[in-house]
Design a protein around this ligand. Structure first.
Ligand code: ADP
Ligand code: 5GP
Length: 188
């Protein structure tokens, strides 16, 4: 197997990419989650070095200055997110395939950088109103942060055709099946 491959999942916030990526990590053992760095506050249940490398805004900016990122975005004001070069090297040294859960801008940038080595998948929600319901139901966001996330969704949906594959996440079980099939096909 060529492990120098990457699998990228992108979508507007609340579309279900984290749920789908977690499922794939359970059922496809070659995959290894690419842990991004970010400067937002840790949510209940999250662990540093597992969900993200949690950094202060200053620490994040220092790493930008030191050219330590493959890509980074200020996804929301003062909430920086990015993929460290050292992270992809760590995964490739393990002979595993890196799987990314990144915003659409990050997904497009990674795809540009890695070309055919990368499979870029867009998770399409059934509607913008379903994003609101899912974010409310997830109980991780304040009303302001939900509004901020929904404010970006409309434009993010327009980028779907720049991805290799689009998966509609209406029925979760069907979306999980489709994601599994697409990734397995890419890896063989
Ligand atoms: P993202 O990572 O894209 O922000 P999450 O995976 O965190 O999205 O999903 C947002 C919320 O929606 C979670 O509470 C998740 O359990 C729920 N969810 C995911 N897929 C579906 C679906 N098909 N139908 C209903 N709820 C879903
Ligand atoms: P959350 O705060 O919900 O964990 O993530 C917010 C957004 O940032 C999501 O769309 C998530 O996919 C994205 N994100 C996470 N890591 C990265 C990264 O390394 N780079 C980019 N560009 N976006 C990321």
């Amino acid at each position: 197997m060529n492990t120098d491959k990457l699998v990228i999942f992108s979508a507007p916030s609340g579309a279900g990419k984290t749920t789908i990526v977690h499922h794939l990590l359970k059922v496809i053992p070659q995959l290894q989650f690419s842990i991004s760095a970010c400067s937002r506050a840790m949510r209940k249940g999250e662990k540093n070095g597992e969900d993200y490398y949690f950094l202060s805004v200053d620490e994040f900016k220092n790493k930008i200055g030191a050219d330590e990122f493959i890509e980074w975005e200020e996804v929301y004001k003062n909430n920086f997110y990015g993929t460290l070069k050292s992270e992809v090297e760590r995964i490739w040294k393990l002979n595993r395939v890196a799987i990314f859960d990144v915003d659409v801008e990050g997904g497009i940038n990674l795809k540009k950088k890695f070309g055919n080595k990368a499979l870029a998948v867009f998770i399409m929600p059934p509607s913008v109103s379903s994003l609101r319901e899912r974010l409310q139901q997830r109980e991780t966001e304040t009303p302001e942060s939900i509004a901020r996330r929904l404010g970006k969704a409309e434009n993010e949906l327009k980028t779907a055709n720049r991805f290799d594959k689009i998966i509609l996440n209406d029925s979760l079980s069907r979306a999980l099946q489709e994601a599994e099939l697409i990734v397995k096909e890419f890896l063989t």
